[in-house]
Design a protein around this ligand. Sequence first.
Ligand code: NDP
Ligand code: 8X3
Length: 254
Amino acid sequence: MKPSHVIITGASSGIGRACAEAFGQLGASMSLWARRHDRLQQLAESLTSQHGVTVHTATVDVRDRQAVAETVASLPAPFMSPDVLVNNAGLSRGLVPLQDGLVSDWEEMIDTNIKGLLYVTRSLLPNMIQRRTGLVVNIASIAGIQPYRGGNVYGATKAAVKMISDSLQIDVNGTGVRICNIDPGLVETEFSEVRFHGDTERAATVYKGYEPLSGRDVAECVVFAATRPAHVSIQDILITPTAQASVNLTDKRL
Ligand code: NDP
Ligand code: 8X3
């Protein structure tokens, strides 16, 4: 299958941006969502000039239910029932034991990673079901399967994403819609910079001493799932750097 209309949330950076580049190479039209308008605009211009694809952008905070509803209502018609929806917008804040955690960090993660994903999915899935086709890709995390010190609430949000994916497999069964859950390990993006509230030096240490995944590595999994024939459903993918055996064991040669 060759997807023709793709929506990607969190497309201004990292994995989402890499997905946009990968779908651009396939010639897909895209609707790219994020809060940073300038970044989306630049990406859209570059994709259009490189691949000749049509790119719609939406400056939206997925935590804002009303804004998500307005964004969906104002989508160009073919995106109302996309061939692929990539639920990628997400973040981590803090890396401290739960007893020291900041409630504001927890709320931001829960509101973005769980509630934001639900708002977007609830808005678009009925149209996909009505058209009896489409793929929803949820970017969860290895952190939702295996716990690590300080990962507590972030891991819980990703465990929720995984459970939402597993539940959706059942809810959409028989509708023609497919669900793909992806659990990446360490991917070098702006993720750690955001987690450490802008501490770029600390963020860089996360990816030192081994070769981490790139956004492109994850995007290729998304594209693989999106280009299978209609009778094939890639339900789950766990992808890590070769150096990472588990969430708590990465072979670092520092
Ligand atoms: P980045 O920080 O590079 O990208 C995160 C993207 O999410 C940005 O485009 C950001 O855009 C967007 N975003 C964040 N909050 C919101 C919001 N409230 N509304 C709309 N968009 C939002 O990190 P990654 O690319 O690494 O992260 C992408 C996904 O992958 C996340 O869900 C993350 O949890 C997951 N993941 C990452 C891993 C990693 O090691 N990097 C591993 C496993 C999973 P903007 O700020 O412009 O709104
Ligand atoms: C991001 C991967 O292990 O840094 O979800 O939490 S990890």
